[in-house]
Write a protein that binds this ligand. Sequence first.
Ligand SMILES: O=P(O)(O)OC[C@H]1O[C@H](OP(=O)(O)OP(=O)(O)O)[C@H](O)[C@@H]1O
Ligand SMILES: [Mg+2]
Length: 174
Amino acid sequence: MAEHPELSAQERAGKAFPVSWDQFHRDCRALTWRLNEVGPFHAVIAITRGGLVPAAIVARELGVRVIDTVCIASYDHNKQGDLNVLKGVSPDTAKLGGGTGKGLLIVDDLVDTGKTGRMVRDLLPDAHFATVYAKPKGRPLVDTFITEVSQDTWIFFPWDTALSFQPPIRDGAA
Ligand SMILES: O=P(O)(O)OC[C@H]1O[C@H](OP(=O)(O)OP(=O)(O)O)[C@H](O)[C@@H]1O
Ligand SMILES: [Mg+2]
């Protein structure tokens, strides 16, 4: 924010890819169709906070009731800082995955630079890592995803946005 105070969040973020709740739910179900071919999984691990929403939908569709979290913070709005692991997997979940994550499903909303994905891969190298969306830099870290967007696209999730008035296109709307 301090670097470009005159630009909107969207302008700073490059191309915008807004996702509605409907679209997100559909994409999570599409992801689960693919994951259903790979499982079964002992547990689902959500990378908070963005992974909580797809993890709930995927776990519901796969019939998995053991759900854990890995809590990682890095972005302050659209600027990434140092990664901070606030909480790892619980001892029960670690035991289910034999210490390396085998048979566990890690879910996040997206991979961007892949830094978060690299960290969870280091924590649980044998787990299956799934995201709904992927950008090219992070894509090699993901086992299963649904939609790829370009690196300069910013995905706007429904829990981060609200309906608002848009000026007509001919008046200069993006
Ligand atoms: O591939 P990367 O460049 O590491 O970026 C991807 C991560 O960034 C976002 O999380 P964020 O750290 O913003 O936290 P949040 O999920 O709580 O919003 C997103 O939910 C991913 O977890
Ligand atoms: Mg996240």
